[in-house]
Structures are given as structure tokens and as C-alpha cells.
Design a binder for this molecule. Structure first.
Ligand SMILES: *[C@@H]1O[C@H](CO)[C@@H](O)[C@H](O)[C@H]1NC(C)=O
Ligand SMILES: *[C@@H]1O[C@H](CO)[C@@H](O)[C@H](O)[C@H]1NC(C)=O
Ligand SMILES: *[C@@H]1O[C@H](CO)[C@@H](O)[C@H](O)[C@H]1NC(C)=O
Length: 165
């Protein structure tokens, strides 16, 4: 084979591989990188790579959307902006345990807190949350598992309604 033909086959292989390799959604990768600035996260969280392959991130294999995020023991502030999570349209599982989070804020100060409505599993144990967090869970109609242990309040929850997924 001449060098030219070798080059052509090489180029075709590179092109086909690039075309076949599915990547995560740009807006979700950007949101993850934005979170990285506030959390102590693995070094494989770098721009330009497939965020579905990053540690602590899992995606739906079909849609390539982020379905699970593990962000425990890594938060570097006290208050977390909840609106940062709304870009994840198919987020089913979120682990924010052991972060000493004092509370959540929404984008605009007086807006009520809202979680991504697709959540089925939410771990918030071992933080410093107070009872004002409780009303924010009422939108989580698809929730199957919620862990609130080891925070700064006691009480009961009543979430009812239809999960429309
Ligand atoms: C992936 O997403 C598709 C489309 O939303 C859904 O039907 C499927 O159940 C999801 N897979 C998993 C493993 O959650
Ligand atoms: C997605 O595919 C990978 C590799 O085939 C597999 O290990 C993983 O369990 C799958 N995830 C889901 C949610 O089905
Ligand atoms: C929860 O709320 C629903 C609707 O508001 C109500 O019908 C139900 O009795 C409540 N359950 C408990 C255990 O308080």
C-alpha cells in the first residue's frame, strides 16, 4: 500500500469513529463544569470530553442525558444554587449527602425552591438543612427514595400526586 492510501484509510477510520462515538449534551456538560467550580470533583471532568464517561456521572445509554450525579462529600460552600440542576432534564438520582449544606437558593432570591421533577432518588443526609427545605419536596412526584437523616430538623413529609414520566 502506498503511503497515500494508508493515509486515506487512516482518515476514514478516524472520521467514522468520531461520527459513531456519541457524546453527552453540550448544555449538560457546561452545567457540570459550572458545578465543578463549587465542588471538589474528579480531575477527569474536563471540557471537550464525553461527560457520560466522567467519574460520579452516569447517563442514560439511549438519550445520553445525565441520569445520576454523585456529589457527596465535596461541596466547598454553604449554600447551593438549585437552579443549576434544572438543565438536567432526565436526572433521576442525585446524591448531595455529607456536604454540610446549610440551605438551597433559587436563581432569584424570592422564588420558591424547585428540584428537577424527574428525580426518583435524592440523598441529602448529613447536611445542615432546616425544616424550611420540606416544602420544596412537594413537586417531586416521581420520588422513590429520599434520605434526610442527620440534618437540623425533624418532622414528616407528605408528597402526593401522579408521576407523569
Ligand atoms: C433511557 O431513556 C429512555 C427514553 O427516555 C427510557 O425509555 C429508558 O427507560 C431509559 N433507560 C434507563 C436505563 O433509565
Ligand atoms: C450503559 O451501558 C454500559 C456499558 O454497556 C453499562 O455498563 C451500563 O450499566 C449501562 N447503563 C444503564 C443505565 O443501563
Ligand atoms: C397527604 O396529602 C393528601 C393530599 O393533600 C391527603 O389526602 C392525605 O390524607 C395526606 N396524608 C397524610 C398521611 O397526611
Amino acid at each position: 500500500m502506498s503511503t497515500n492510501r494508508l493515509w486515506v484509510s487512516f482518515l476514514i477510520i478516524v472520521l467514522v469513529e468520531g461520527w459513531l462515538s456519541e457524546c453527552c449534551w453540550d448544555e449538560e456538560r457546561d452545567a457540570l463544569l459550572h458545578l465543578k467550580a463549587q465542588f471538589d470533583l474528579p480531575s477527569d471532568w474536563v471540557d471537550g470530553s464525553d461527560c457520560c464517561l466522567w467519574r460520579n456521572v452516569e447517563c442514560n445509554n439511549t438519550t445520553r442525558r445525565v441520569s445520576k450525579l454523585t456529589l457527596s462529600e465535596s461541596f466547598e460552600n454553604r449554600y447551593l444554587l438549585l437552579s443549576d440542576f434544572h438543565v438536567f432534564k432526565a436526572l433521576e438520582s442525585l446524591d448531595l449527602s455529607r456536604n454540610d449544606i446549610a440551605g438551597f437558593i433559587q436563581n432569584k432570591g424570592n422564588e420558591r425552591l424547585s428540584w428537577p421533577s424527574s428525580l426518583e432518588v435524592l440523598f441529602l443526609d448529613y447536611n445542615s438543612l432546616r425544616s424550611d427545605i420540606v416544602s420544596s419536596f412537594s413537586d417531586l412526584k416521581c420520588l422513590k427514595q429520599l434520605n434526610l437523616g442527620r440534618n437540623k430538623f425533624e418532622g414528616s413529609l407528605n408528597i402526593s400526586g401522579e408521576c407523569d414520566k
